[in-house]
Design a protein around this ligand. Structure first.
Ligand code: ATP
Length: 235
């Protein structure tokens, strides 16, 4: 579904990505793990065109999207849930969801998707008239995921959805991500919480200094000794 080939991305002289190659298969959950500053966020930003690839190519269902404008990439069914959530604080929950559906013309389907979002996250239905900035961190993360769902994505990219959340909430959010995937959305998840991410995903990629050093079924990575030591804090 998604394929990156030899993708390079620089911020001035800083080389954040140095030839990233990876593939995400349709219908699955894949994860990208790596240390601070490895280039995980940059990988996601480059896929949606926030950061431009200096070299290499990105394709979606066999079509090149490397130089497409972000709104065109979104229109093709790719949604990013950014790090730090970035919900619109002064807008209500409902208004945030409407922003997610901004590019869509299918009013009936949009309404249907709002119902689906409230089924996934009932707490957001209760808070629908509340300003987003008054929500807890976990609720804001739910709203960020929901806003992305309102674009009707085929592929959802998530940047550290577990960041700053208590373990119980992380589990609840990851359970919902599994359900979203079951409903047909392919997920590509960037995480520092490598253990949770590999348990959720079927496929894992390890990013070191802007390049992929390992890619395998999550079960294989979870039992790999050097991965356990470096990324999972386990012996
Ligand atoms: P973290 O887990 O800490 O968020 P990451 O793996 O997501 O890290 P990136 O945020 O992609 O890593 O950063 C990769 C490299 O690019 C880092 O060296 C970072 O300092 C640098 N970088 C990221 N964004 C910018 C920017 N806007 N301008 C300059 N350098 C940047």
């Amino acid at each position: 579904m998604l394929r990156l080939e030899n993708v390079h991305a620089h911020y001035g002289k800083i080389r954040a990505l140095n030839g990233v190659g990876l593939e995400v298969e349709e219908g699955r959950i894949a994860t990208l793990i790596g240390a601070n500053g490895a280039g995980k966020s940059t990988t996601l930003k480059t896929i949606v065109g926030w950061t431009r690839a200096n070299q290499g190519s990105i394709s979606l269902n066999g079509e090149d999207i490397t130089r497409l404008a972000t709104h065109k990439i979104v229109a093709r069914g790719v949604a990013l849930v950014p790090e730090g959530r970035e919900v619109f604080g002064d807008m209500t929950v409902m208004e945030n969801l409407e922003m997610g559906a901004f590019l869509r013309r299918d009013a009936a389907a949009v309404k249907q998707d709002a119902v689906r979002v409230f089924e996934l996250f009932p707490i957001l239905a209760e808070r629908r008239r509340q300003k987003a900035k008054s929500l807890s961190g976990g609720e804001q993360q739910m709203l960020a995921i929901s806003r992305a769902l309102m674009t009707d994505p085929k592929l959802m990219l998530l940047d550290e959805p577990s960041l700053g959340l208590a373990p119980k909430l992380v589990k609840a959010i990851f359970d919902t991500l599994r359900e979203i995937n079951r409903q047909g959305v392919t997920l590509f998840l960037v995480e520092q919480n490598a253990l949770m991410a590999l348990k959720l995903a079927q496929r894992g990629h390890v990013l070191v200094k802007g390049a992929i050093t390992a890619c395998n079924d999550s079960q294989v990575l979870l039992s790999d000794e050097s991965i356990r030591r470096t990324y999972l804090g386990l012996d």
